[in-house]
Design a protein around this ligand. Structure first.
Ligand code: FPP
Length: 249
């Protein structure tokens, strides 16, 4: 079971240090973690699920309000069928095992991406997770599944164009907030901090619009090795940065 908030991990973050409201995470390196151990890639994903659980707990413990985890991209369909099937199996395993704790933590579960292409059993699992947590009021955890940022932006533009065509919206009224409100993240503040593990320093089609002013944190550890203390180190790095949003200090 999870550790109670009473033995708060807040203590591990220096007093007064700002905690990012929204943290987005690119969980990369599961395959490499397995390969260097002579294990099948699937073992890396399984270990990655453990790291994901740790990070969700740590984020909740320190008071992060929104956490977005990149679990499956629109490009990940290029992987072997067996690996893809295993990821959907893991998704089900995760919610079967963790939903009770997530409810106790008052967590709200959301999904971004086109989940209609997932196997039916996975679609049912995610519907159940959403339903069971929809009246919660705590940290929002968004899982990006079959998510691609360019596709999301294209879909938003199509929806806006239709509203213009019907006369409901004037082209002059289109601004940042109109586009944001047509994305799958509508109503969720933009990420303050983006973490990517495994040493690669790229964004890989994740939340391209939303991370315009996010602080970027790249870490060499492979995702299955990334645990609570690594997440807190990322938050500390964030806390030391000066955010100017294009303005002056
Ligand atoms: C990237 O590592 C990781 C993924 C594509 C899957 C992330 C999945 C989990 C963390 C497990 C939980 C699963 C779900 C669906 C909730 P990679 O495989 O690209 O690693 P590599 O770059 O070393 O090959």
């Amino acid at each position: 079971m999870f550790k109670s908030k009473a033995r708060s991990v807040r203590l591990q973050i220096p007093e007064g240090m700002p905690v990012p409201q929204h943290v987005a995470v690119i969980m990369d390196g599961n395959g490499r973690w397995a390969t260097v151990r002579g294990l099948p890639r699937m073992a890396g994903h399984h270990a990655g699920m453990g790291a994901m659980r740790d990070v969700i707990r740590a984020a909740d413990d320190v008071g992060v309000k929104f956490l977005t985890m990149y679990a499956f991209s629109t490009e990940n369909w290029k992987r072997p069928r067996q690996e893809i099937q295993y990821l959907w199996q893991l998704l089900e395993e995760f919610f079967l095992r963790d939903i009770k704790e997530l409810i106790e933590r008052n967590v709200v579960i959301r999904f971004i991406g086109d989940t209609t292409h997932l196997p039916l059993a996975s679609q049912k699992t995610i519907e159940r997770a959403k339903e069971m947590t929809c009246s919660n009021t705590g940290m929002v955890v968004q899982f990006a599944l079959n998510y691609g940022s360019r596709l999301e932006i294209v879909e938003a533009i199509k929806a806006i164009a239709k509203r213009v065509e019907s006369g409901e919206l004037s082209p002059d009224d289109i601004d940042d907030s109109v586009l944001s409100s047509h994305l799958s993240t509508a109503g969720i503040p933009d990420p303050d901090l983006l973490i990517r593990t495994s040493g690669d320093q790229r964004i890989s089609n994740f939340l391209l619009w939303q991370i315009a002013y996010a602080e970027l944190y790249f870490c060499d550890k492979l995702w299955p090795e990334f645990h609570r203390e690594d997440f807190l180190a990322a938050l500390e790095s964030y806390g030391r940065r000066e955010r100017r949003f294009g303005g002056l200090k």
